[in-house]
Ligand binder design. Sequence first.
Ligand code: GLY
Ligand code: MN
Ligand code: MN
Length: 349
Amino acid sequence: MTALDQLRSAMRRAGVDALWISDPANVRAISGFSSGKDGKVLVTAHGATLYTDARYTVQASEEATVPQFIARPPETYVHARDAAGGLRVGFEADHLTVALLDDLRDHWPDASLVPVRGLVHGLRVTKTARELDAIRAAQRIADAAFAQVRPTIRPGVTELDVALELELAMRRAGAQSAFEIIVASGPNGAKPHGVASSRVIGDDELVTVDMGARVDGYHSDMTRTVAVGEPSAELRRLYRAVLEAEQAAVAAVRPGMRAADLDRLARDLLTGHGLGEYFAHSLGHGVGLDVHEAPGLRATSEEVLEPGMVITIEPGVYVPGVGGVRIEDLVLVTETGSEVLSLAEKEQL
Ligand code: GLY
Ligand code: MN
Ligand code: MN
């Protein structure tokens, strides 16, 4: 079954006759058009059209797997009204702005607009062989960049220096950075999403590096915490606890496992070390056209792991005034268990 056929089945289950796709990654997933932020797709029971503007006429004709209509709003809406009029049209509730929903209501007065969630996202949770190739390529580039830059993470170097070198290495290898690289040294390690700053890395510190590459629109995501000099016994204790939780969770990944149970496993281990309160986020997430996508590996998740999912396992502890540790692997769920895609070396402390 093609992605469009699968989507139409999901639309029927959701009770809509058509779907207005506005989320850029979903536009790409359904149409193949890589500038999804400047595109929309209308899918009906028998057709699908990509709407984008004249800046993309050539690119859309090269990339899109569905017919294209090149225009800007309001012409876009006027054209789409022929297909959407009188139908129950789903819109992506977790993406479409209130202003753009108002525009749809103004232009399609006889359509019934229905908020839907996760219809295209649901198709994206398991990856095709082609998608996996791109994710593997992205991770290989990130691994190589990390290996190249790791020896330069030393006292006297700023966090920004490290981030810039990592980004340069990934760009030279033909990838983009998947997100703003995190390099968090010393006490900055207590900020899970602290961006690289002009702080100079000091002696005997831990440095958390969270990085990813993007290849053909697909992402990788990995974190390593490295030691500079001889970190204190307390920092080493934090590191070992996180490594234990990370390795235990990775080892438990297999189809049929509940995402919530995986989160619980890592959280219980850290709680056993007296560190549960410092594990300030969920265990991980799916990775693909978005860095963060389904499934969510969190306590409240209803999702169950399936072969073909690509997820992160990323426990961390963040102790204000002291520092922090996160270790994150990118993991493919296979028929029999898992394959760890992120191969960059881990510190042993
Ligand atoms: N870099 C964000 C994350 O690891 O989820
Ligand atoms: Mn990350
Ligand atoms: Mn992550």
